[in-house]
Design a binder for this molecule. Structure first.
Ligand SMILES: C[S@@+](CC[C@H](N)C(=O)[O-])C[C@H]1O[C@@H](n2cnc3c(N)ncnc32)[C@H](O)[C@@H]1O
Length: 238
């Protein structure tokens, strides 16, 4: 039986201002953002409150706008002052009818300590391993429980993060970290969570796993000899 092709994904300039496309000219070919964009529309409703953890320069706000956001209230959280400055500009460039909000220059832990209000949708893309120290196993359950508690009943958490498929050799792991260092500008060496662990932690915190997609971490992963370098896209519900 012939399968129906996925509808094309639009990357309109009105949703991706030059501040984003100049730094990420090939975003439309990146497996993770493509998968996120394919799924986001089904989790959007007018008026949602959204938290973007480790928002960076605000690409999550762009994805929301491009996915048909209406009347969203967006809070981006990131401890990097430069990323926050850029994220504020990006947010400002998006249609206020679609998305409005604020960028808070703080870590996830500082955000949780401030006892923020619960939200309808949490984006946590490529920053779980930044916010949660893979080596501090005793802390994992508490962070995930705090995130689950930040979701309103009926709310969703959409997460993307990097990892390795079983069978990755030490050489491929090292080449993956080196390649990522080149494209993201800092080292994540040793910080990715073991395969399946993020989903296990979040379901252990009481969230329900609704969708799980295994993706190449980077475009042309096969050509680069990085077949075990993967990203996982998770959608969890409360
Ligand atoms: C790879 S970037 C991802 C940015 C964005 N979410 C995206 O998908 O393009 C990771 C971000 O996490 C931020 N970050 C690092 N430690 C953090 C923490 N403890 N709490 C929140 N964000 C953190 C970094 O400053 C960085 O902007």
């Amino acid at each position: 039986m012939a399968s129906t092709p996925d509808p094309p994904i639009a990357w309109p300039a009105s949703s991706y201002p030059p501040a984003v496309t100049q730094g990420h000219p090939f975003i439309m070919y990146a497996p993770g953002p493509r998968a996120l964009r394919a799924r986001l529309p089904r989790y959007l409703r007018p008026g949602l409150r959204v938290l973007d953890i480790g928002c960076g320069i605000g690409i999550g706000a762009c994805h929301l706008a491009a996915s048909g956001a209406r009347g969203l209230t967006y809070t981006g959280v990131d401890p990097d002052p430069s990323a926050c400055r850029q994220a504020r500009n990006v947010l400002q460039a998006l249609s206020g009818d679609q998305i409005q909000g604020q960028i808070a220059e703080r870590s996830l832990q500082e955000h949780l300590d401030a006892r923020p209000p619960a939200v309808d949708l949490i984006l946590w893309t490529y920053s779980f391993h930044d916010c949660v120290d893979v080596t501090a196993e005793d802390s994992h359950a508490a962070v995930c429980a705090a995130i689950a508690a930040l979701l309103r009943p009926g709310g969703h958490l959409i997460l993307l993060d990097a990892g390795f498929a079983p069978g990755a050799t030490a050489d491929e792991v090292e080449r993956t970290y080196a390649y990522m260092e080149k494209i993201i500008g800092h080292s994540d060496r040793g910080r990715y969570f073991p395969h399946g662990e993020i989903a296990r932690l979040l379901t252990g915190a009481g969230l329900t796993l609704l969708e799980e997609q295994d993706l190449p971490l980077v475009a042309l992963a096969g050509y680069l000899g990085l077949r075990h370098a993967r990203a996982v896209l998770l959608v969890l519900g409360r």
